[in-house]
Design a protein around this ligand. Structure first.
Ligand SMILES: [Zn+2]
Length: 114
């Protein structure tokens, strides 16, 4: 089970790796993607990676907390695996339901009978 933290605005973020954080992308749920450099393997996108930006009070200049903004990278996971790969958003392309094997997760494999 992924560790999760609640950001200051109430959004739930999930931790991965050493200090990565991502927020869920419900609009990508259930979809499958091809990732550059991993041709042949279908991925799903767990969420959008966010990075903290320090926030300072306008008047006092005091550090008051962090804002978490999308970094442009996506938290991608190979179908059948659970390790998060941080991938630049433009290296991720959606594929169709029938473009990958539902048993082993490989793009082009047909052994699931589709
Ligand atoms: Zn297969």
């Amino acid at each position: 089970m992924a560790r999760s933290v609640t950001l200051e605005d109430g959004t739930k973020a999930y931790a991965f790796g050493r200090d990565g954080l991502y927020v869920a992308s419900p609009e990508r749920a259930g979809k499958r993607y091809r990732v550059s450099g991993y041709d042949g393997i279908a991925f799903y996108v767990a969420g959008a990676i966010v990075e903290p930006t320090e926030v300072y009070d306008d008047e006092t200049g005091e550090h008051v907390g962090y804002d978490y903004c999308p970094s442009g990278s996506l938290a991608c996971v190979m179908v059948g695996d659970d390790r998060i790969h941080a991938v630049e958003g433009d290296e991720v392309a959606e594929i169709g339901e029938n473009d990958y094997c539902h048993e082993c997760g490989q793009i082009g494999c047909k052994h699931d009978g589709r």
